[in-house]
Design a protein around this ligand. Structure first.
Ligand code: HEC
Length: 204
């Protein structure tokens, strides 16, 4: 089991429980005890993921309603966790990027150990306009590179966003793919190419 699955399962559980919990206003301690009892028998690797890091702890405690000072602190802290490619190249192979974006496996109970996780981007974003099945939790990323005129600054911003969503939007619902080691650098470059290569179906 990888951290990815655990994080996804935990956040899904909290999302589903969200409205009911908001009504009854349980304490943060109650929520943490619930999560712990649900995942108590998980592997140590998963158990480590139950403990929110400093930024997530602030999001949890404020139910994502952070003050502007907290917001600035989160962005600063999360930005420091972003590692840009040493070779300075942000774009890989868009075809491999499609595979990453369209792969929701990895870190699931049914995955054999060692399964390489995908980014599951389609679960939250429209990307290739021809793709009929996609989620709408995140904005549509159709024509993402084209709309930004393949601008270098926009590429860097997107890399930052994918590597660590909270370095851009504190308490983001988007996974922190690089920081939480869901995707490796090459996978992020490939998914970047899927967004920014003029030949990618995203820009057609
Ligand atoms: C669980 C849902 C979710 C998943 C999965 C997800 N995202 Fe996101 N994404 C969001 C949300 C929500 C936003 C809007 C900003 C925010 O709240 O962080 C966003 C914003 C973005 C943006 C910035 C869009 C802009 O306004 O310029 C990019 C780029 C992006 N996502 C790329 C990706 C890629 C690539 C993947 C897959 C590797 C991915 N996302 C997976 C939820 C998700």
């Amino acid at each position: 089991m990888t951290r990815t699955a655990f994080a996804a399962a935990a956040s899904a559980a909290l999302l589903i429980a969200g409205p009911a919990l908001a009504q009854q206003k349980p304490s943060q301690a109650t929520i943490e005890a619930y999560v712990k009892s649900t995942f108590g028998k998980a592997s140590p690797e998963w158990v480590a993921r139950i403990t929110p890091d400093e930024s997530l702890a602030v999001c949890n405690a404020t139910r994502n309603n952070v003050t502007s000072a907290q917001s600035e602190a989160i962005i600063k802290r999360e930005l420091a966790k972003v590692t840009y490619p040493a070779d300075g190249k942000l774009l890989g192979d868009w075809k491999k990027g499609y595979a990453v974006a369209n792969n929701g496996r990895g870190g699931q109970f049914s995955d054999p150990p060692g399964t390489v996780a995908g980014g599951n981007c389609f679960a939250c974003h429209q990307l290739d306009p021809k793709e009929v099945s996609y989620g709408t939790l995140g904005p549509s990323l159709t024509a993402y590179g084209k709309d930004r005129k393949y601008d270098a600054e926009a590429m860097k911003d997107a890399y930052t966003k994918i590597y660590n969503s909270m370095a851009v939007v504190p308490c983001s619902n988007m996974p922190r793919f690089g920081t939480n080691k869901v995707l490796d650098e090459q996978q992020i470059k490939d998914v970047m190419a899927y967004l920014f290569d003029p030949e990618s179906p995203v820009n057609k």
